[in-house]
Design a protein around this ligand. Structure first.
Ligand SMILES: [Zn+2]
Ligand SMILES: [Zn+2]
Length: 339
């Protein structure tokens, strides 16, 4: 049996271990991908800490894997050996349930509505390994000129925030506020700027003000009152880990503003003041990747250099160190593991 190295999550709340496991093969309609890099997403921590539970331990996470196709299975025509691809979380819908009959594009909405979806790094092993076999249609082609290290965090974090901005569908020249300058928010500031909007970062961390400006923010404020003082915002991209600062930020939004939620947490509730919502005719919108066309757009924007994810790169032997830094909130801003 041929083996490979994989970052195995052996049990709930355990340290991740680089182990020898069986190397997969490309089945029908699958490609075998040699992973070059894989980002760690906060959703991986929810799985590894057993907050979200889809299957028994041990398992391999990773839905920000990128690499090179090294073999194609029977029936594959859309991918070739040598293609550079990414492997986002929604790999394959069942194709038969009521949701699938409507033939929606693959997205995280599919993941939550298809009766039996295949989810990379969630209910099947993911990209934190030297190789992965995946449905060819569940991969995306990477544009030329994007490095694996920068493509990896774009496959979930970048996709998440770009799809959220696209979901808001702001008018040209709109004022976009990004709440939180972390793993997702630091990308949101850059994507909104790359798209030509007036960008306002909201962060209560004084040490992040200069950084937010370097990333492209036109203004940086600490809270909703300051946001109102500088003229408010038409869109609030909520990337903060808790909802309190988003509720506070409502007082700085312009009438008819849109509030976009995109994070995944467990059992939390977004409790908003009803009078503010109705009185200003705010819209609250949930966003869940929405369509792979937005991933393709995000990858193109990163490939042309208009957005540069800030990553800490770890060789596979240090995968647990990367994970511990994520858990402890020590990353600036995305951990990428190379294989
Ligand atoms: Zn993710
Ligand atoms: Zn289905």
């Amino acid at each position: 049996m041929t083996t490979m190295k994989a970052a195995v999550v052996p049990a709930a709340k355990a340290h991740w271990e680089l182990q020898d496991v069986p190397k997969p093969e490309a089945g029908p309609h699958q490609v075998l991908v040699k992973i070059h890099a894989c980002g760690i997403c906060y959703t991986d921590a929810l799985l590894a800490e057993d907050v979200l539970n889809f299957r028994p331990f041990p398992f391999v996470t990773g839905h920000e894997g990128v690499g090179e196709v090294v073999a194609v299975g029977e029936g594959v025509t859309s991918r070739q050996v040598g293609d550079r691809v990414g492997l986002p979380i929604t790999q394959k819908p069942c194709g038969r349930c009521d949701f699938c009959r409507e033939r929606h594009p693959y997205s995280f909405v599919t993941a939550n509505n298809c009766a039996a979806p295949t989810l990379t790094g969630v209910n099947v092993d993911g990209g934190q390994a030297e190789f992965i076999a995946a449905d060819a249609n569940g991969t995306v082609l990477l544009p030329d000129g994007i490095s694996y290290e920068l493509a990896a965090p774009t496959v979930c974090a970048g996709y998440t925030v770009w799809a959220a901005l696209r979901r808001a569908n702001p008018k040209p020249g709109a004022r976009i506020a990004i709440l939180g300058v972390g793993g997702v928010g630091h990308l949101g500031v850059q994507f909104a700027k790359a798209a030509g909007f007036h960008v306002i970062a909201i962060t209560h961390s004084p040490d992040k003000h200069d950084l937010a400006r370097e990333l492209g923010a036109d203004d940086v404020v600490a809270n909703g009152a300051e946001l109102k003082q500088i003229g408010g915002a038409d869109v609030l991209l909520h990337t903060a880990p808790t909802h309190e600062p988003a509720i506070d930020a409502l007082q700085g939004l312009k009438p008819w503003a849109k509030i976009i939620l995109m994070g995944i947490s467990a059992n939390d509730t977004f409790a908003f003041p009803a009078l503010a919502l109705t009185g200003h005719s705010f819209e609250i919108i949930g966003s869940a990747h929405n369509s792979p066309e937005y991933l393709a757009e995000a990858l193109e924007i990163v490939a042309r250099g208009a957005v540069k994810p800030m990553v800490e790169v770890f060789p596979k032997e240090r995968v647990d160190e990367a994970y511990q830094r994520l858990l402890n909130g020590e990353l600036r801003f995305k951990a990428v593991v190379t294989y």
